[in-house]
Design a protein around this ligand. Structure first.
Ligand code: SF4
Length: 473
């Protein structure tokens, strides 16, 4: 057996891509190791969204330089967005790297590794850039829909990501995704349904549909157009499947038909992640997000009207080029007013190759970005805590994912009684004491405590009345 070490950074797309790469390499006789020193092949599945994520990978590669000197047959590969973005620059910065593969060519990884093993030298396979061909040629060079799955690589065997589209055509000025993941392409609904059915047959209870702008999903076949709402309706009929989530949403494509389906179908999670990024129209315009704060408010009103129980989360970028204190205060105002379940807050990181880097200076000082980040986070945490306190005393349905972080660190990893963690339908994390056998079950839990990030509860035990034991019954 050859040994494979794989490290994944970045978004859910990358987690799914790594699962598919591992599945294809297992077929070629690889087994996983969590140690680079005994690995025959070391792969990094990379992210380009922030500079920090790229720096981390170049440092990791630097640490492997000596390993390559002592073990020249070890294969070192860089996959994913950074591979697509930096291409040969990676060979220049780390000449001992053997393999560079963009997100659109991951299905070629096993063959490329075999060629390197056979003495074929360094290999690089990447997609065409956004200006390097016709739209059709560029689309084809990014296609990588591979149905191979590997349950062992998923965070839990009961939950799985399913890709329903790739790429993005929105071109927000701060974002590298349209360059590295290519044009927006929706996957055939029949393939998505077949893959989901297979996952459900394997015991998967929850699927999370993935797309950079997942609610922009549209598959055209002649006159027929399948929208995300149609796809959800078809997936809802799959036996064994209990929950369907979808991320990440684009505010302008949050249509009423989609919200109605989320409301009507019991298996659809009442959870919507819809990044707004800023509360200032001036900043939104510079970001080229394609909507105003008023548009976003109108969308939130429709969500509250059509899916009143929905938990809505958002993303924010603070310190974008030219963001003034007044702009930032408008963002704070929006967070205060919309009371998101939680928000993911990031300091702006300039990405070479984006319009933002070309047009605007990165002029908000780092200490100001940091302060704004902390202020917004503190405000969001207070809102999340109040929001979570509303659950005290309530019963919620929790899909049990596994041991909590505290249990994983405990002295006895095989203990039967342990602290477990799971999620509600609206994506709230719940921690409770339970039994290892309960992992993978959907359980009723009563909530007795809460903080900004977690609900704490106890399994609801059924009261068995004396009538069940009556001999006369
Ligand atoms: S919608 Fe904007 S932020 Fe999201 S992936 Fe596309 S370009 Fe990037």
């Amino acid at each position: 057996m050859k040994k494979l070490y794989i490290e994944t950074v970045g978004c859910q797309m990358n987690v799914l891509d790594s699962e598919l790469v591992v599945a294809s390499l297992r077929k070629q006789g690889f087994e996983l190791t969590d140690n680079t020193s005994d690995a025959d092949t070391i792969l990094f599945n990379t992210c380009s969204v922030r500079q920090h994520a790229e720096d981390k990978i170049y440092s990791a590669l630097g640490r492997l330089k000596n390993a390559k000197v002592t073990h020249p047959h070890k294969i070192i590969g860089v996959l994913g967005c950074m591979a697509q973005k930096d291409q040969r620059l990676i060979f220049e910065r780390a000449p001992y790297v053997d393999l560079i593969v963009g997100p659109g060519q991951l299905h070629q990884v096993p063959d490329l590794i075999a060629e390197i093993e056979a003495g074929g030298g360094q290999k690089m396979e990447v997609s065409l850039g956004r200006k390097e061909g016709t739209r059709q040629q560029i689309e084809r060079s990014h296609e990588s829909f591979d149905p191979l799955r590997d349950a062992a690589m998923r965070p839990t065997p009961y939950q799985a990501y399913v890709r329903i589209m790739i790429g993005c055509d929105k071109f927000c000025t701060y974002c590298i995704v349209p360059s590295v993941r290519g044009p927006e392409q929706s996957r055939h609904p029949d393939d998505i349904i077949a893959e989901t059915r297979q996952l459900a047959d394997e015991g998967c209870k929850e699927i999370i549909l993935l797309g950079q702008t997942v609610n922009s999903y549209r598959y055209r076949e002649g006159d027929r157009v399948t929208r995300l709402s149609d796809l959800l309706t078809s997936l809802h009929g799959i036996d064994g499947l209990e929950r369907i989530k979808f991320v990440t949403n684009y505010p302008k494509d949050m249509t009423d038909d989609l919200l109605q389906v989320v409301h009507d179908l019991p298996k659809c999670a009442k959870y919507l992640h819809v990044p707004v990024q800023s509360g200032s129209n001036r900043v939104l315009e510079r970001m080229k997000r394609g909507y105003t704060v008023e548009d976003y408010r109108e969308m939130m009103d429709r969500i509250r009207h059509l899916v009143p129980e929905a938990a809505v989360t958002s993303d924010f970028i603070v310190g974008f080029c030219g963001e003034t204190e007044d702009d930032f205060q408008l963002t704070c105002k929006l967070v205060h007013e919309q009371r998101f379940k939680n928000s993911f807050i990031f300091k702006y990181s300039e990405r070479p190759g984006t319009k933002g880097a070309e047009l605007f200076p990165d002029d908000v000082p780092e200490d100001v970005k940091k302060r704004r980040n902390n202020e917004l986070l503190a405000m969001q945490n207070m809102i999340s805590e109040v929001d979570n306190h509303a659950f005290l005393g309530r019963n919620v349905s929790v899909l049990v994912e596994g041991p909590s972080k505290a249990s994983e660190k405990s002295d006895d990893p095989d203990a039967l009684q342990l602290q477990l963690t799971g999620r509600t339908m609206c994506d709230r994390i719940v921690v409770f004491d339970g039994n290892r056998r309960q992992i993978g079950q959907t359980l009723p839990i009563t909530i007795y405590d809460a903080n900004a990030h977690t609900l704490f509860g106890a399994v609801v035990t059924q009261h068995v009345g004396p009538e069940l034991f009556s001999l006369n019954a």
